[in-house]
Design a protein around this ligand. Structure first.
Ligand code: CP3
Length: 351
């Protein structure tokens, strides 16, 4: 027996090893929105589906677009193709995507409307095709690739459900919160319960990791951040870990700034995803000290390319090189990005 023999249950996939706290000479890589409009094959499959929601709800096509980036790039993970707003639809809100404009939803702005939402255990009726997508992927993914499921965090989903669309300042959600804090908390609680059901079913269908996207966490300050970003995340993580012992969870409180500090400890997350508004030096000193971090190259480099793309990528890898790290962008890749820049990024990471 050698001293270096791995524990019998130690993970072998690179992403799972990072999430278990292992520092690796070359960090594993995947990319937010890695299946998306910067790929011509994505646009073709989306056209075949007819519209974005049909793509999300047709398991064979959703699995196909999930796999497309893996045929071009050697990513260490695949992320389920779906959207964070589907849960609102599963709770009874109307959801549609206005071509070229983004999501639209019917609005929930009062306690009575929150009370009229469906109960959490009913979300599976609408969301079952998503679980089928995951089951297909468990059969078709390359064996070393980790399958990531996801949901929006309650606050971020609530910002769309109150406004009926994306907003710059999340004004309608803040207005509901200010007018009736208890009523707004009921919405957050309903989303928290539904998200536990949804992610738990994703894990049962084959997701090996789940990620919570709190894209608008940065607009919550002080006690509002504690009550509506941190606490719901902690509740979801505790419930998932009770039902699925050992399931690794990535939290992404985007633009949380100083509130990134201690977020993993306070919520039980195994990894905190960093947006590109925080510097890697700062995050290594203040966030990675608690465990795995993911991030955080600015998505603009996937558009601009050039020598800076390589220097920035190498700088981030080096800065997080003393601890567990999953290389990623700080936010989703944009439709104007060039696939050849993704290749250059991967080469720069792997040296
Ligand atoms: O990362 C992945 O590749 C997995 C799939 C995924 C999508 N959306 C596909 C998508 C994930 C994880 C999301 C998350 C999501 N969706 C978030 C959180 C992450 C973030 O970007 O901050 C948010 C806020 C949404 C809501 C949403 N969906 C918006 C605001 C939009 C329109 C904006 C845009 O980028 O066009 C979408 C549409 C959407 N979701 C697209 C994709 C690939 C583009 C739809 C299309 O094909 O036209």
């Amino acid at each position: 027996m050698t001293q270096t023999a791995q524990a019998p249950n130690a993970p072998t996939k690179t992403i799972l090893r990072a999430l278990a706290g292992e520092k690796q000479a070359v960090p594993p890589i995947w990319m937010m929105r890695q299946a998306g409009r910067y790929l011509p094959e994505y646009k073709a499959t989306r056209a075949q589906a007819g519209d974005f929601l049909s793509l999300c709800y047709t398991p064979e096509l959703a699995a196909e677009v999930t796999l497309q980036p893996l045929r071009r790039f050697q990513f260490d993970a695949a992320i389920l193709f779906a959207d964070i707003l589907l849960i609102g639809q599963a709770l009874g809100a109307k959801l549609w995507f206005a071509e070229g404009e983004g999501p639209r939803m019917s609005t929930v702005t009062s306690r009575a409307q929150v009370a009229a939402l469906k109960p959490a255990q009913d979300v599976h009726e609408v969301l079952s095709p998503i679980y089928e997508t995951l089951r297909i992927l468990t059969r078709e993914l390359p064996r070393d690739t980790t399958l990531i499921g996801f949901a929006g965090a309650p606050w971020t989903v609530a910002t769309y459900m109150t406004a009926g669309r994306g907003t710059k300042d999340q004004g309608p959600a803040h207005a509901f919160m200010q007018a009736d804090r208890e009523g707004f908390s009921m919405l957050i609680d309903a989303l928290t319960d539904a998200t536990i059901e949804y992610l738990s079913a994703q894990i049962s269908a084959g997701a090996e990791v789940v990620k919570l996207f709190d894209s608008w966490a940065g607009s919550l300050k002080g006690a509002d951040f504690d009550d509506f970003a941190l606490q719901p995340t902690a509740t979801i993580i505790a419930a998932l870990k009770a039902r699925h012992p050992g399931i690794p969870i990535i939290a992404f409180p985007r633009e949380a700034g100083d509130r990134y500090i201690g977020f993993a400890k306070a919520t039980g997350a195994d990894c905190v995803a960093l947006d590109n508004s925080v510097s890697a030096d700062w995050a290594a000193a203040h966030v990675q000290v608690d465990g795995c971090v993911q991030g955080n190259l600015a998505p603009k480099y996937m558009v601009e390319g050039g020598a800076e793309l390589v220097t920035e990528t190498k700088r981030i890898v080096k800065t997080f090189g003393n601890g567990p790290h999953i290389f990623n962008l700080g936010h989703g890749i944009t439709p104007d990005a060039k696939p050849e820049n993704v290749l250059r990024m991967i080469e720069a990471v792997r040296g």
